[in-house]
Design a protein around this ligand. Structure first.
Ligand code: FPP
Length: 224
């Protein structure tokens, strides 16, 4: 069965640039091209949800210049999702608004509003995102609702987005860890790790990951 929801930890932009003797920002720039390629491929493949880990709560520890560059690149890429070629893409956001520059928040809100009726693919942009923070925020929302005796379904309903859980989680660049991404949602996800660096991860690489997923035997803890 085709994965409904694919989530990607886009890693290796810096190493890609270094290998080519280029400044780090060139890696991010080509990384943004890979983002567009992943969205196009997901559309063509009939994937319903694509979650992208674009900026973690830990990424604020990077040099100011790099953060500023990433934020500008994000804003520019976000603008593209209102173009006609993305008319089937609905943008949603997962993360904490607090801490994000108003330039990004304004742009996010505009694109979310402009794409809210689009149907084919939901692009879940994880920005200023941390999974522990997401679960903590959910618990606090439930407490504020005055609920006691909390059930799993209460947590699920109060996560940043109410989406189907990811079937397949991809991480590029050879690192094999989750780095505070979708901890709640990943309980039964399949993982796919590749040494390919994110700026090199294009259509054929995503198709390969999907083909690999199709070979997996998903049992969700049950016996065959
Ligand atoms: C990892 O590379 C990537 C990021 C920290 C951010 C992801 C950002 C992009 C792919 C660019 C634009 C994104 C969007 C959504 C338009 P790294 O810098 O950690 O690489 P390294 O581990 O090799 O140093």
């Amino acid at each position: 069965m085709k994965p409904k929801h694919i989530a990607i930890i886009m890693d290796g932009n810096g190493r890609w640039a270094k290998l080519k003797g280029l400044p780090r920002k060139e890696g991010h720039k080509e990384g943004a091209n890979s983002v567009e390629s992943a969205v196009q491929t997901a559309l063509e493949e009939g994937i319903k949800v694509l979650s992208l880990y674009a900026f973690s709560t830990e990424n604020w520890a990077r040099p100011k210049m790099e953060i500023a560059y990433l934020m500008q690149l994000l804003a520019d890429t976000l603008s593209k999702f209102t173009e006609n070629k993305y008319k089937d893409v609905k943008l949603v956001f997962s993360g904490r608004r607090k801490g994000l520059p108003s330039m990004i928040l304004n742009k996010l809100d505009k694109v979310i509003e402009a794409t809210k009726n689009h149907k084919k693919l939901t692009l879940n942009l994880c920005l200023n995102y941390g999974a522990r923070q997401e679960i903590t925020d959910a618990v606090n929302k439930i407490i504020a609702q005055g609920k006691t005796n909390i059930k799993e379904s209460d947590i699920e309903k109060n996560l940043y987005q109410n989406l189907p859980v990811p079937d397949l989680i991809i991480r590029t660049s050879g690192e094999e860890r989750l780095s505070n991404f979708l901890l709640w949602q990943a309980a039964y996800s399949e993982f796919y790790f590749t040494k390919t660096l994110w700026p090199d991860f294009k259509e054929k690489d995503l198709l390969k990951a999907i083909a690999e997923y199709n070979k997996r035997d998903r049992r969700f803890g049950k016996r065959k």
